[in-house]
Design a protein around this ligand. Structure first.
Ligand code: PLP
Length: 444
């Protein structure tokens, strides 16, 4: 065993050494090819090895790679902020650049609290969120995350921000059925607000489509309209966490666009740089910035690498590439093809309980009993088994479990790069089909 080295997700696991990537494919040092069916962690939106991005980064690095945000601004960072203002909904016009989705969540929390403080309201310091959610791994972001497995070790340090049930119709936490339920899950949010006291709550944060904690859970019609109405009623800001769902992933530029809701704050990451560089962003509305401008004039946050020019140049180039290649539209079209293929697998395998998603963010939930939607016991690790079988066959898919009760629930995400072609969607489905067949043999 090596005596030095990087700390891997599982310490002594044998991860293959990556050699290179092109489009939706990754190749390890032994020449084995993998379909990147999850875009890494739902990140490599434009695929691997795009020359234009490398060229843009080279050009910027030759000009200046780094300046500190308190000393200078830079053309690429200014250009990127303007591009984001143009495509984000409503008056989300001001961007605070950070390096990871977790930091974007932390910044959103601080901006929301500061917005009220600048107006002399000092009690609004809580951020409500939902169970079955993931907003990041740092302590503030983890406080907001309704993800048992990631919280439990640090629970003594975390705030109890998750307060509302997830709009998760297939495994409804309230044991209801839509539409007869009258969207009680949104009603529960209102109850939680009243219990905590609206005077104590600054914001409600949500993933428009729940990703890593549950596997592409799409809320039922009317849910977000009701949530927005409730938040407005109690003067609670809305934070759309689009770290996973943003930048075209779901077939619209932002997932919240499917419902036409305009949040007060939006967080972005992952697809913003498509993995070419670490970059994330908190985009803030005019209304909030105007209040801060009239008050202290300083957003109290920041990191050494915030608004890094090299990263910003990469992101501008990624956005231009997405435009040229029409990738948001392709995500919608290929997403439909992918979901149809997954639905055929749902028909074919009794333990594929539910498939769902929008665009190229699809989820597949494995269950012990499809009639009653009963999950497998976690000791069988069925989701992990499927991921491992797929990996062996050259298909990468992503775990989305641990958020529900901590261990049960075997959902996976299938979220290939937005450059995927029809032929490649069929190739992905074929390998998944073979993998499910092999999994079935393990189950019987
Ligand atoms: N928010 C959402 C919705 C995410 O899916 C993630 C990561 O998976 C994060 C925030 C945290 O992002 P990062 O891993 O870049 O810190």
């Amino acid at each position: 065993m090596d005596k030095t080295g990087i700390i891997k997700p599982v310490l002594d696991a044998n991860y293959p050494m990556i050699s290179h990537g092109k489009g939706i494919y990754l190749y390890d040092e032994n020449g084995k090819r993998y379909i990147d069916g999850s875009s890494g962690a739902v990140t490599a939106n434009i695929g691997h090895g795009v020359d234009e991005i490398a060229d843009a980064m080279h050009e910027q690095a030759m000009q200046v790679a780094f300046v500190y945000r308190s000393h200078f601004t830079s053309l690429p960072a200014e250009k990127l902020a303007k591009k984001l203002a143009r495509i984000t909904p409503g008056d989300l016009n001001w961007t605070f650049f950070v390096n990871s989705g977790s930091e974007a969540t932390e910044t959103a929390l601080k901006v929301a609290i500061q917005y009220f403080q600048e107006q002399g309201i000092h009690t609004k310091t809580k951020i409500l969120s939902r169970w079955t959610s993931y907003h990041g791994i740092t302590l503030g972001a983890l406080s907001m995350s309704g993800h048992h497995k990631r919280r439990e070790r640090f629970s003594a340090l975390l705030e109890d921000f998750p307060a509302a049930p997830a709009p998760y119709c297939y495994q409804c936490p309230l044991k209801n059925t839509y539409p007869g339920c009258g969207l009680e899950c949104a009603g529960e949010l209102e109850r939680a607000i009243e219990q905590e006291g609206p005077e104590n709550i600054a914001a409600f944060i949500f993933e428009p489509i729940i990703g890593a904690a549950g596997g592409a859970i799409v809320p039922p019609p009317g849910y977000y309209e009701k949530v927005k109405e409730i938040c407005d009623k109690y003067q609670i800001l809305t934070i759309a966490d689009e770290v996973m769902t943003g930048m075209g992933r779901t077939g619209k530029m932002f997932a919240i666009d499917h419902w036409g809701i305009e949040p007060d704050i939006m967080t972005l990451g992952k697809g913003l740089s498509a993995g070419y560089t670490p970059m994330a962003a908190t985009v803030v509305s005019d209304r909030i910035i105007n209040v801060i401008r009239k008050g202290s004039k300083v957003v109290m946050s920041g990191h050494t690498f915030s608004a890094n020019p090299l990263s910003a140049a990469a992101c501008c180039s990624v956005m231009e590439y997405m435009d040229q290649q029409n990738l948001v539209q392709n995500a919608g079209e290929q997403g439909e093809r992918l979901l149809n293929g997954l639905k055929e697998l749902e028909q074919k395998y009794p333990f594929v309980g539910n498939v769902r998603g929008k665009g190229l963010l699809c989820g597949l939930e494995l269950v012990n009993d499809a009639v009653n939607h009963t999950p497998f016991s976690f000791i069988h690790r069925v989701g992990e088994k499927l991921i491992s079988i797929c990996f062996d066959k050259g298909l990468i898919i992503y775990p989305a479990f641990g958020g529900v009760t901590g261990y049960e629930g075997d959902s996976v995400l299938i979220s290939p790069p937005l450059v995927i072609t029809s032929f490649q969607v069929y190739e992905l489905i074929r390998i998944l089909d073979e993998s499910l067949k092999e999994l079935m043999n393990h189950l019987v």
